[in-house]
Design a protein around this ligand. Structure first.
Ligand code: BTN
Length: 241
């Protein structure tokens, strides 16, 4: 395992932002962990609910040696690592990856991942709802937490440690083959949220509709016969359903 430097803050605006401010001082696998974020960021400028002492809010830097065109699978690899941990803790419930990288338990969102490319480095920020029991209304997707799903409190540091170990293993494989490894892709496609469902993909001011067929080896979503590289997936509800 590559050595990891962990920097802890009682409070920070956003762990992604703190990494950006220090991008030239921190090496690969520097992890910023915070107990509270005053300006937790989600994708598309959404807010990420980050109450003190309840959940995991952390970000780390990667300096990928592989070319940018191969990097689109990386968020999926991160999401897959979280999925594998959650499967160890939450038994008898279906856990899914929602493309590109949300983690869903049954139909509720438990984890969000924000990957940013900044000054030729990759900043991966993870918000995993561990012990929260109440969520404000602003959060989309009907949030849940490990505690709500299991009835138990969890040690956040133990979860972080398991994540880093698992992720490093999958990341090494990913860098070697320059795509999502076949066995991982197979499992992801088996656990893909809204597979075979009609969805709407929103991207800035445009959208696409179609049926989700799967994810390909570079992490693109296969929507009918189109490949989608970015966007937000929404289920289309048919009348009467
Ligand atoms: C999303 O689903 O919209 C992504 C949420 C990402 C939240 C994490 S919490 C740690 C890191 N710092 C942030 O400000 N955001 C990410």
């Amino acid at each position: 395992m590559k050595s990891i430097r962990l920097i802890y803050y009682d409070e920070i605006d956003s762990t992604n932002e703190e990494l950006k401010r220090n991008i030239n001082n921190f090496e690969e696998f520097t992890v910023i962990l915070a107990d509270f974020q005053s300006k937790g960021k989600g994708r598309n400028n959404r807010e990420w609910f980050s109450p003190k002492g309840e959940n995991l809010y952390f970000s780390f830097i990667l300096e990928s040696k592989i070319e940018i065109k191969y990097l689109s699978g990386l968020p999926i690899i991160i999401g897959f690592s979280i999925l594998k941990i959650l499967e160890e803790f939450i038994k008898n419930k279906k856990i899914y990856i929602k493309w590109p990288n949300d983690i869903i338990v049954e139909s509720k969102k438990i984890c969000g991942i924000l990957v940013e490319y900044y000054k030729n480095k990759i900043i991966a920020g993870i918000g995993l709802n561990v012990n929260s029991e109440n969520f404000p209304n602003f959060q989309e997707n009907n949030p849940t937490s490990v505690k709500l799903e299991t009835g138990k409190d969890f040690d956040r540091l133990i979860i972080l440690k398991i994540f880093l170990k698992k992720f490093q293993k999958f990341y090494l494989e990913f860098q070697k083959v320059k795509k999502i490894p076949d066995n991982i892709l197979l499992e992801i496609n088996d656990k893909l949220f809204l597979k075979n469902e009609d969805v709407l993909i929103e991207f800035h001011n445009s959208f696409e509709t179609g049926k989700i067929q799967g994810i390909n080896e570079v992490g693109a979503l296969i929507l009918d016969n189109k490949l989608i590289y970015a966007g937000d997936v929404k289920k289309i509800r048919r009348r009467g359903k």
